[in-house]
Design a protein around this ligand. Structure first.
Ligand code: ADP
Length: 535
């Protein structure tokens, strides 16, 4: 053969042959015991035989050689759809279900194999569309086209069904790749039928048929892609060695031979080093992948447990509230003398019950709020309110408690003005109570000053005290869950460290700001809440 006409078609066929060959071998080497890899190998080898067969037919100088190539390529063409269908059945795990289809297609393939050498299948070969030779269909060839279309279509439907049923993303993706490669192969291969049947149309889409083994090989190994890297590195290094070895053998002078030999030694050493490091990297990555999967699972489980915990806390605290309210109610009735006269001693005892159930109610409310925040089920009913009225109301409620402590208490506000804000009244009442209550609790002696001010379209509520103050290192985590400073424990042993966390969540849900200031331990504290003013 003097020259090979390299054009789009012959190059497509060569690329197709080699990609099929490499793809088949890579997958088989990867794990030859797997059935799907064996089927894949059979499919790619027949694809390679077809591609090379077609290539030799188109460039053949002699009719007889072209005819032989044509027979060979048709044997391959007959089994390609069959192996493709078997591959689909293997990777979708539906062989048993579709066994009869497979047997039927196999019988058809067998008949075509028997009639392949006869002229009623392929009548012969003749020059077409720039090819030296291309097949001419015999009377029965049309049945081969039907067979091809039916098998491929059945495969596509089977894969489509499996995609719909499959829940795991990775496997679905793999099946989607399979559909893509089927279309590429069917369109590419189908275009060759056009040339066979209609003499003047060349197989424009042939390149699609050539690249399909690459797409599908990728799909087959999708779950072990990293290892493919190693194989590719190995193939590359191996080709390099062979290339340099040939140079050694073909060297014309001794000097050249020695130089090439040294080069060969270096590339062998470097190659081994390269492959090893790629392998190491791949192993590490695989380990990390596994670890990441485990972590993901553990994380999901923790999230689930956390949710269950929040639900449990929500349920339990809810159940605690009703008896607490009853205890408080009856204690208050007794204290007010509604149950008849009681001695001072009993009164003191009941007062303690009353105070304790009050503390307990606050704690239960805090936990209830926390679980609502965690479950995202906190409900707000916003309305426009005058903050001044709300603060006055809270102070009136806390007054008996404040008076007991003997602290100097003052409330600075401009009585003439309105301080309108958009807020959930009940929740805000809770925050203000908590902040004033904290200042009173954490101030052994001195004063507590509450004020409301307007500042650039904002309303700022503040409560300042001369109490135990907040150390600098406590400041950053003050509003975190369960955060309690050491000095706080001495002053108030009943605290939960939840009040400020809840307050921050609620204020943020109001699109407002909450913060604290303190000159340090023992030097008093100030808490601020800022909301947009409603005009
Ligand atoms: P609790 O008061 O139940 O411990 P909070 O969330 O209301 O929980 O407060 C968290 C912590 O913030 C307190 O334990 C305390 O250390 C600190 N803190 C809050 N208010 C004051 C204040 N006015 N003065 C000093 N420290 C405070």
């Amino acid at each position: 053969m003097e020259y090979i006409p390299f054009n789009y078609y012959t190059i497509s066929l060569l690329i197709g042959g080699f990609t099929a060959l490499i793809s088949g071998i890579v997958v088989l080497i990867h794990d030859y015991r797997r059935l799907e890899n064996q089927v894949w190998f059979a499919l790619t080898i027949s694809t390679a035989i077809w591609s090379f067969g077609y290539f030799f037919m188109t460039i053949s100088e002699e009719r007889h050689a072209a005819l032989v190539s044509n027979w060979i390529l048709h044997y391959a063409a007959i089994v390609i759809p069959l192996f493709y269908y078997l591959l689909v059945l293997t990777i979708t795990n539906t062989f048993k279900k579709n066994k009869n289809f497979f047997i039927f297609f196999s019988v058809l393939a067998f008949i075509f194999i028997l009639i392949n050498p006869f002229s009623f299948f392929v009548a012969g070969v003749e020059p077409k569309v720039g090819f030296n030779y291309a097949p001419v269909p015999g009377q029965l060839y049309i049945f081969f086209l039907f067979y091809f279309i039916t098998v491929v279509w059945t495969g596509i439907i089977t894969t489509g069904k499996a995609i719909r049923m499959e829940k795991e993303k990775a496997i679905r993706l793999r099946l989607i790749y399979t559909i893509i490669f089927t279309f590429a192969a069917a369109l590419g291969g189908g275009s060759v039928f056009l040339t066979t049947f209609i003499n003047y149309i060349p197989p424009y889409l042939l390149i699609l048929f050539s690249i399909y083994p690459a797409i599908s090989g990728y799909a087959i190994l999708k779950h072990q892609l990293f290892e493919v890297k190693v194989v590719i590195a190995q193939i590359f290094i191996f080709i390099l060695w062979i290339f340099i070895l040939i140079r050694v053998l073909l060297a014309e002078t001794l000097r050249e031979q020695i130089a090439n030999l040294v080069l060969l030694l270096i590339t062998i050493l470097l190659g081994i080093f390269l492959v090893r490091s790629v392998m190491k990297e791949v192993n590490q990555r695989e380990k990390i992948e596994l670890l990441a999967k485990d972590l993901q699972k553990a994380n999901d489980r923790l999230k689930e447990l956390d949710k269950q915990k929040s639900e449990f806390v929500s349920f339990a605290t809810h159940q605690l509230r009703a008896p607490l309210t009853a205890m408080k109610g009856y204690a208050s009735l007794m204290l007010e003398g509604d149950m008849g006269e009681i001695s001072k001693k009993v009164k003191d005892a009941i007062l303690r019950i009353y105070d304790s159930s009050n503390t307990l109610t606050t704690i239960v409310d805090d936990y209830l709020n926390i679980s609502r925040i965690e479950l995202n089920s906190m409900k707000y009913t916003f309305e426009v309110i005058d903050l001044k009225d709300l603060v006055q109301h809270v102070i009136a409620e806390l007054k008996p408690m404040i008076e007991k402590t003997g602290l100097t208490f003052s409330f600075n506000v401009n009585e003439e003005k309105g301080y309108m804000v958009h807020a959930d009244k009940e929740k805000f009442k809770q925050i203000l109570t908590n902040l004033i209550d904290n200042s009173v609790k954490y101030t052994p002696s001195g004063s507590v000053t509450v004020s409301i001010q307007k500042n650039n379209g904002k309303i700022v509520f503040s409560v300042k005290d001369t109490g135990i103050g907040i150390a600098e290192e406590v400041m950053p985590k003050l509003f975190a869950r369960f955060s309690r400073a050491e000095n706080a424990n001495k002053q108030n042993i009943h605290g939960t460290g939840l009040g400020l966390f809840v307050a921050k969540q609620i204020v943020e849900a109001h699109k407002g700001r909450i913060w604290a200031e303190s000159a340090g331990e023992g030097r008093g504290s100030a808490f601020f809440v800022e909301l947009e003013e409603v005009i």
